[in-house]
Design a protein around this ligand. Structure first.
Ligand code: ATP
Ligand code: MG
Ligand code: MG
Ligand code: MG
Length: 469
């Protein structure tokens, strides 16, 4: 069995041997790019190399990149606990060519790593290609000997990558693993799809064209390669499971959570442990990269993740703050590969403890209120917006936490009602303030307040074309 740490090393050394520069992961908060919420893919730190704005002393690179998909365009927060393959924090393994090799080398490099180095059974692999990409089909046949029925042509954007309406773009080919009859059944509320036996492992993007405003395309002078493979997914299949959370690293965090809460890791609290293990990683890595909990922007995403984790700890019956006690287990697992984690260990623990202590009181009371409200509802009826707003406003429940709490019962929140309650409260506050005779200043203050919080800051959701990775 290969551990996750061994897989990372063997990926990087394979590409090193094949002439790639091994480059460290960039931070989760992208440098010089306010349009992006978090680094969500390996290519982010290389953006300017693809467009030719910047050159370096290498044209081939390989990374294990820290990624968070919990806000902005990429958001897998709602998948955690419900699918076997999504995390809010994960590591993306990638190899890159900046105007160096192209398809005919990228496909064999990927195939040989999977089948020869990792020893994956070829018969279990299948690929998708963009429907017009005959060249990729040919290479798959020639190099991997794949038959037509294992090369699936897809016409959607899933197999065509672009950074936005203009700029570099191109087809991609994705490698899937067939887990056969190992079907993971999620808890109630999980998407149908996740009984799926085919799991996407690796995305190879062929940056081939430049797209212009008038809709025309030309071939890029420097065709490039950008690939991304989730390490937890490849670890799962190498460890004989189709569940990312059963892999060595995630399992050790789940066991730490079970031990700290004196509960069974595989008992009725199983889903809570999975969410806690996932959220422990994203919150710790975000704090290590300088994000602190707050009421807007990145800090509010962090706060939302922390509070969701705390609700799950509460459901395990834990009375005292839990998350901060799990930090050593994470540092033990990942501190060697990511030294920033060890360096920030006390900051991480203190931040988690503070946030947990502050939220604890209102969490208990809010959950009781939620229970009472739900008790009075008809089967499957949505929670009235007014109640969700009270939870938000008085008890500090982010809306998505309330939604997460209701999902397992097949309920949602009346969002329109929630928005109306929010608007009403703002109007009232405005009127009260105006009545105090300081209207001129108040207007300015409210403009600022509306822009920056306490409501969720949505600026990053409306990303510019450039920011869409
Ligand atoms: P999916 O369709 O499963 O959500 P994706 O198509 O969104 O994956 P890509 O954007 O193609 O993923 O990212 C490249 C690779 O990164 C994926 O093939 C997968 O192995 C991995 N990956 C993507 N999102 C996650 C996640 N939330 N957790 C773990 N691994 C992920
Ligand atoms: Mg996805
Ligand atoms: Mg996909
Ligand atoms: Mg994909």
């Amino acid at each position: 069995m290969k551990t996750l740490n061994e897989i990372r090393s063997s990926f990087l050394s394979y590409f090193d041997k094949n002439g790639h520069r091994v480059v460290p992961s960039s931070p989760l908060v992208p440098r010089n790019d306010p349009t992006l919420m978090f680094t969500a893919a390996g290519m982010v730190q290389f953006k300017n190399l693809f467009t030719g704005v910047e050159t370096r002393d290498y044209t081939r690179a390989a990374t294990a990149q820290k990624c968070v998909r919990a806000g902005g365009k990429h958001n897998d927060l709602d998948n955690v606990g419900y699918t076997a393959r999504h995390h809010t924090f994960f590591e993306m393994l990638g190899n890159f060519s900046f105007g160096d090799y192209f398809k005919s080398e990228a496909i064999p490099l990927a195939w040989d790593l999977l089948t020869k180095v990792f020893g994956i059974d070829e018969k279990r692999l299948l690929v998708t290609v963009y429907h017009t990409d005959d060249e990729a089909v040919e290479i798959w046949k020639r190099h991997a000997g794949l038959s037509d029925d294992r090369i699936i042509r897809i016409a959607t954007d899933d197999n065509f990558w672009s950074a936005g309406p203009t700029g570099p773009c191109g087809p991609c080919t994705e490698i899937f693993y067939d887990h056969g009859d190992h079907i993971w059944g999620g808890p109630p509320g999980s998407p149908e799809e996740d009984g799926d036996r085919f799991v996407e492992i690796w995305n190879l993007v062929f940056m081939q064209y430049e797209q212009f405003e008038d809709g025309t395309r030309r071939d890029l002078p420097n065709q490039s390669i950008d690939t991304g493979m989730g390490i937890e997914r490849v670890a799962a299949l190498l460890q004989g499971t189709n569940d990312n959370y059963a892999t060595d690293l995630m399992r050790s965090l789940i066991e730490a959570s079970a031990e700290a809460s004196s509960t069974d890791p595989d008992g009725p609290g199983k889903t809570h442990h999975r969410v806690i293990a996932d959220h422990l990683r994203s919150t710790s890595f975000l704090i290590a990269d300088g994000v602190m909990p707050s009421n807007d922007g990145r800090g509010y995403v962090l706060r939302r993740i922390m509070r969701r984790a705390m609700r799950h700890a509460h459901l395990l019956g834990v009375q005292d703050p839990l998350m901060h006690r799990l930090v050593p287990a994470l540092v033990h697992q990942m501190g060697a590969a990511y030294p920033e984690l060890g360096q920030a260990q006390s900051l991480i623990s203190e931040t988690l403890l503070n946030e947990e202590t502050r939220f604890k009181q209102t969490l208990d009371r809010g959950l009781r209120l939620l229970e009472d409200e739900v008790g009075g509802l008809a089967d499957g009826a949505d929670l009235p917006g007014q109640a969700a707003f009270k939870l938000y406003d008085t008890y500090g429940f982010p809306l998505d936490l309330t939604q997460d709490a209701l999902r397992e019962q097949g309920r949602g929140v009346d969002i329109e009602g929630f928005d109306a309650a929010m608007a009403e409260q703002k109007a009232k506050a405005r009127a009260a303030w105006a009545g105090s005779g300081e209207a001129a200043d108040a207007t300015v203050w409210f403009d600022v307040a509306e822009k920056h919080g306490p409501t969720e800051f949505l600026g990053y959701e409306t990303e510019t074309a450039e920011g869409q990775i």
